[in-house]
Design a protein around this ligand. Structure first.
Ligand SMILES: C[S@@+](CC[C@H](N)C(=O)[O-])C[C@H]1O[C@@H](n2cnc3c(N)ncnc32)[C@H](O)[C@@H]1O
Ligand SMILES: [Zn+2]
Length: 280
């Protein structure tokens, strides 16, 4: 199935196996791996995570250190979606959570149609190679190639939150499910690096258009084994680029890293506007 819309004119895109094209003859070739690049040429360039960052994240995630988050997310998505559901993972990276969620929905007897969007073509390429039952596109979360009222759930895992665009593509009864690091996430890693480590700031979304339905949390401890894995985990963190070479060196001295993992998951629904309420 293909439910992407043309990023130029907004018309439906047809799929002839190799190319997606719209009624106005705008066309987009599929990559060999199967993803479709729907970023307009004016926005092409070096976007999102680099190939190295993606490789490091992929290695770390595939070791399943964050499996508890994938499981909790899967349960939450299954709970909040109908039998035949359309799911969009906005900022999906290489599709680790996208796949886990999809598999869980199928195991639950649902028939999901799942889409992953990421601005990095390295991420989309890897995701498309690995997860053949999911539709991947290169696009920005702020301008997604989907029609209005398209999705039952938009998922945002450690990725930019584009409230207005999520609202636009969401069905009236749809939900947004956002995963984010809590204050003490990876605090022991920070203690190793910095003299005065600080806790993560947790931003207080939702914006006006959403109402929080519930919040879930996962807190536990993991032991990351081996220098390579520790370095892969560190390179996934937002403070990787802000850490001095001298501090980075400290991590090369340890073989195992015991650290807390603390995730929050917020579930939002659309706020019903006054004028919509009157119509009901
Ligand atoms: C921290 S990673 C999380 C990836 C994935 N959700 C995961 O948890 O494995 C953030 C992702 O957002 C992507 N990204 C950053 N800005 C974006 C944007 N404006 N539109 C789409 N994706 C974006 C990056 O390329 C990267 O893959
Ligand atoms: Zn078009």
């Amino acid at each position: 199935m293909n439910n992407f819309i043309c990023p130029v004119c907004g018309q439906a895109l047809e799929d002839n196996g190799k190319t997606l094209f719209c009624i106005n003859k705008h066309s987009f070739d599929k990559a060999k791996s199967g993803y479709i690049n729907l970023l307009l040429s004016s926005s092409q360039g070096n976007h999102g995570d680099s190939a190295e960052m993606i490789k490091a994240r992929r290695n770390f995630l595939e070791a399943d250190y964050y499996l508890p988050l994938a499981k909790l997310l899967s349960t939450v998505v299954a709970h909040h979606t109908p039998q035949n559901c359309v799911i969009v993972d906005a900022g999906c990276g290489e599709g680790y959570y996208t796949e886990k969620i999809t598999n869980h929905l199928v195991e639950q007897g649902k028939t999901p149609e799942v889409f992953g969007v990421d601005v990095s073509k390295h991420a989309a390429d890897f995701a498309a190679k690995k997860h053949k039952n999911i539709n991947f596109a290169v696009a920005s979360v702020a301008d997604m190639p989907f029609a209005d009222d398209f999705a039952d759930a938009v998922i945002s895992v450690f990725a930019p939150f584009a409230a207005d665009e999520f609202l636009r593509i969401l069905k009236p009864e749809g939900v947004v499910i956002r995963a984010f690091p809590l204050e003490r996430h990876l605090f022991s890693l920070k203690k190793l690096l910095y003299e005065n480590p600080y806790e993560n700031e947790v931003d207080d979304i939702p914006p006006e258009c959403f109402e929080k339905l519930e919040m879930r949390e996962h807190k536990s401890e993991i032991t990351v084994v081996g220098k390579e894995m520790i370095s892969a985990l560190f390179s996934m963190t937002p403070y990787f680029h802000r850490t001095s070479l001298e501090d980075k060196e400290k991590l090369t001295e340890i073989e195992n890293l015991k650290t807390e993992i603390c995730f929050g998951i917020d579930i939002y629904k659309r706020k019903v506007a006054e004028n919509e309420l009157k119509k009901r």
